[in-house]
Design a protein around this ligand. Structure first.
Ligand code: UD1
Ligand code: CA
Length: 458
């Protein structure tokens, strides 16, 4: 295969986002905006990928830590797109082949589109190919000027265009393929004598044409794809389009999504066939869900491993937790990080868990807090049970053996152990370890004062 490198322009701040965070780091469907075009470039076969960064450079760099195909080039001052690409040259030293040039703010761009463009560029042995689109309202974009024969001659920016050029509806997407030799030899020849006093990358087209080199403009099949995100309205729109693609892939893989328009699944989620996802769910990156599961409405799941045939009932929140097969959660339960549940565990409504291991078949059906606990198999945790795991300074562990029955309204003051097959009576405050096979009971003896009410309220 031909060798391919990419340059992704991302030095600008993105003022119209009105944000403290640089535009290209705003998240869309679980990834920072810039990670989307980078993924498309990678999938198209690009290595290396050079990011031209300026504003919040270390934050952008940080988003790609550990990626061996990513190089960063600093552009201290944003003097225009031509200057930005010139800043990437050092990082491309020694490279020969085709250079793809992209912007960090086009998250909807697909690898297929890049591959098509690249094939067209190489088949025609072009020096430069620009991806274009026909827009109803081309205002603000660079316009593609073609001669009588239909060949592209140059690109003119909005602020430099005369009325006739402003009427052109074919716009520059800002995405290009360039022959590396042509790029390296000509990028420094660009001037800044224009309405904005900037070095325009687009001037390379006229340079190629003047040199008699092949210069092509390829209209994109889908204009949506090349849409840049400039403000938060477009950010939301891009999110909608990307989520629709993600949901479609899951559905084609056998997942039922009742209402794709209100189902928010991030990039990088795995879901097994015959799982059904009800409206309003949020499923975050890194989550793996087995097959045959039912995820009811408004569940929020992030960074979890969920086994087959689990039932997550409405409005439950699951964070960094692991569920075995056939587990039932909720409605309205909260699994906090470090919750590990065995097969057939049942966690009912208004139960909160944190850093616990719970063995197969155990149940906590209602209104309970379980934190820093190790709970065996077939344990029943009664309604209103609380592990008192925090003494104001340190956290302590509760250990509950297999087959234990904890009655309702029990407080387990940690550190404490309840031995296997014991019963803790309702209302007990457990402060000392309970041996196996025992009954633990701590209640103030009940007193009945007969006739007491009649004296108070004759
Ligand atoms: C550019 C194109 C225009 C095209 C439009 C598509 C030029 C001269 N114009 O215009 O023809 O229709 O994109 O969106 O190229 N950037 C840098 N350093 C700079 C300047 C820009 O990294 O010095 C980055 C920005 O962060 C952004 C991208 O390059 O990601 C495009 O810059 P922008 O200022 O938005 O260019 P436009 O004026 O929109
Ligand atoms: Ca732009």
């Amino acid at each position: 295969m031909e060798s391919l490198a990419s340059v992704v322009l991302a030095a600008g701040k993105g003022t119209r986002m009105k944000s403290g965070l640089i535009k290209v780091l705003h998240p869309i469907a679980g990834l920072p905006m810039i990670a989307w075009p980078v993924a498309a470039a990678r999938e198209a076969g690009s290595d290396p990928i050079v990011l031209v960064i300026g504003h919040q450079a270390s934050a952008v760099q940080g988003a790609f830590r550990g990626a061996t195909d990513i190089r960063c080039a600093m552009q201290e001052e944003q003097l225009g797109t031509g200057h930005a690409v010139a800043c990437a040259l050092d990082a491309l030293a020694g490279f020969r082949g085709t250079v793809l040039i992209l912007c960090g703010d086009t998250p909807m761009l697909r690898a297929e589109t890049l591959k098509n463009m690249l094939a067209y560029h190489l088949d025609n042995q072009a020096a430069i190919t620009v991806l274009t689109a026909l827009m109803e309202d081309p205002y603000g974009y660079g316009r593609v000027v073609r001669n009588a024969a239909g060949h592209v001659t140059r690109i003119v920016e909005q602020k430099d265009a005369d009325p006739e050029e402003q009427a052109i509806r074919e716009i520059n997407s800002g995405i290009y393929c360039m022959d590396s030799e042509f790029l390296f030899n000509n990028i420094r020849g660009i001037g800044n004598n224009n309405a904005q006093g900037e070095y325009y990358l687009t001037d390379l087209l006229a340079i190629a044409v003047n040199k008699g080199l092949t210069c092509l403009a390829l209209p994109a099949a889908d204009a949506d794809e090349i849409m840049g995100v400039n403000d938060r309205v477009q950010l939301a729109e891009a999110g909608r389009i990307l989520r629709r693609r993600i949901n479609r892939d899951h559905m084609l893989n056998g997942v039922s999504i009742i209402d794709p328009d209100t189902t928010y699944i991030d990039h990088g989620v795995t879901i097994g066939a015959d799982t059904t996802i009800h409206p309003g769910c949020r499923i975050g990156s890194g989550t793996i869900i087995g097959s045959g599961c039912e995820i009811e409405g408004a569940a929020s799941i992030s960074d979890c491993r969920i086994g087959d045939d689990c039932h997550i009932k409405a409005a439950s929140v699951l964070e960094s937790s692991e569920l075995g097969e056939d587990v039932a959660i909720g409605p309205m339960a909260h699994l906090r990080p470090g919750t590990v549940l065995g097969k057939k565990v049942k966690i009912g409504n208004f139960v909160e868990t944190k850093k616990i291991v719970m063995g197969e078949g155990s149940k906590a059906s209602h209104l309970t807090y379980l934190g820093d606990a190790e709970i065996g198999r077939d344990v029943n945790i009664g309604c209103g049970t609380i592990t008192c795991n925090y003494d104001g300074v340190n956290k302590h562990r509760t250990v509950i053996g297999d087959d234990v029955f904890i009655g309702s309204d029990v407080q387990l003051v940690a550190p404490v152990t309840v031995g296997r097959n014991s019963l803790v009576a309702a209302g007990t405050t457990v402060t000392i370890d309970v041996p196996p096979d025992s009954l633990a009971l701590s209640r103030v003896p009940q007193v009945n004062k007969e006739g007491w009410r009649l004296k108070k309220k004759p």
